[in-house]
Design a protein around this ligand. Structure first.
Ligand code: GDP
Ligand code: GDP
Ligand code: MG
Length: 339
């Protein structure tokens, strides 16, 4: 029995919560799933033998699915090795092998232990003894930073945590306003000084206020910036330095938001940003409504930073924990008949 069956199998009892989460992941990835899976199904249809022709067609299908050149090559290489002793298989076996090889590529060979070693991110685990956990959110314009912060606030508040947001995107008045609207919607306070204020000063005020209120989690919004804008990257360094004065070790997490609907561009952005500054986690947004979800596989393979969450819609509930195995399972369902 494949490990996917063991992990997700129908014979395995699942809680309502697990079933609901899986259904919502499936729904969010519907477009990517349809295009990736259909492409791959086409390659496998009628084929019974893993030969160079099949691998070549599969390579093309993976590349077209935004999996990217390097990651595609690694997947093909793994399959080529397996092909030696599993030459004759049916379509569903091929799908299974592909799922398994991608899974091994992303989480290593010991899948079971990978699963137990990769629990969803727990914000309490980064929280210092006397102060809130502080998360700084960065990325280029329009990727979904502010929206993701709204969703995170909702999630942590639902877990019973006291959340405070800081409006350190002071570039445009609309940016501060947008975060305030999220604050009201979710029911958490937003600390701001308005447009043009020093973002470091806003961060300072936010942490002071959060500490005074005994908050559990602080999330700081920032203006969009490119990794190569020296002045703006220096501003990030300043924001970090100021925060550390109030809460030891802050920021405890720095999350880069990338727009999953930009496919390979998202991968390039993550790679470059991670070289320019310390990033501890990624949020990949807009995976609903795009067929480019395959890029997440390339991101996991090539950027050695964990994807903390994925965004699958504009509503506050549309943020999901990310687990590479669940993701592969949703993108490439078990058998061809399932589509
Ligand atoms: P920011 O400039 O990085 O702060 O980006 P915003 O949070 O303002 O988001 C830009 C646009 O992307 C907004 O219209 C959001 O509603 C939209 N958006 C953000 N995340 C998602 C997502 O997961 N799915 C979809 N469909 N839209 C999203
Ligand atoms: P500098 O601006 O490069 O000298 O760096 P600092 O570390 O001294 O301060 C960075 C920023 O943090 C300042 O520009 C202020 O906006 C803010 N800041 C520092 N101390 C305080 C403070 O006591 N109150 C407030 N509201 N902001 C502060
Ligand atoms: Mg924003």
């Amino acid at each position: 029995m494949s490990f996917f069956k063991r992990l997700f199998g129908k014979d395995k009892p699942q809680s309502d919560d697990q079933v609901e989460k899986k259904a919502s992941l499936d729904a969010g990835l519907e477009k990517s799933k349809r295009s990736v899976f259909n492409r791959i199904a086409k390659v496998f249809t009628g084929r019974r033998k893993i030969d160079d022709d099949l691998l070549e067609d599969l390579e093309e299908a993976l590349m077209m699915s935004d999996v990217g050149v390097d990651t595609t090559e690694r997947i093909i290489e793994r399959l080529r090795k397996r092909a030696v002793w599993e030459a004759y298989v049916d379509q569903n076996e091929l799908v299974k092998m592909l799922r398994e090889e991608i899974a091994h590529l992303l989480v290593g060979d010991d899948i079971e232990s990978a699963l137990s070693n990769h629990p969803p991110f727990n914000v309490d685990s980064v929280r210092p003894e006397n102060g809130p956990a502080v998360i700084l959110v960065v990325g280029v314009n329009g990727v979904g930073k502010t929206t993701s912060i709204g969703k995170l606030a909702h999630r942590y508040k639902s877990e019973g945590k006291k959340v405070v947001l800081g409006a350190a995107d002071t570039f445009r008045a609309a940016a501060v306003e947008q975060l305030k609207i999220w604050g009201e919607r979710v029911g958490v306070p937003v600390i701001s000084q308005g447009m043009g204020a020093d973002p470091a000063a806003v961060a300072f005020d936010t942490l002071e206020s959060a500490k005074a209120q005994g908050a559990d989690v602080v999330i700081i919004d920032t203006a969009g910036r490119l990794h190569n804008k020296v002045g703006l990257m220096a501003e990030l360094t300043k924001i970090k330095r100021v925060m550390d004065k109030i809460v030891v070790g802050a920021p405890h997490e720095v999350w880069l938001v990338i727009d999953g609907s930009t496919g390979q561009n998202a991968l390039v952005q993550a790679t470059q940003f991670a070289q320019a500054t310390d990033i501890t986690g990624l949020i990949v947004t807009k995976l609903d409504g795009t067929a480019k979800g395959g890029a997440v596989i390339a991101v996991c393979d090539q950027v050695k930073i964990p994807v903390r969450y994925i965004g699958v819609g504009e509503k506050m509930e549309n943020l999901q924990d990310f687990n590479p195995l669940d993701f592969i399972d949703s993108l490439l369902p078990e058998s061809l008949d399932e589509k």
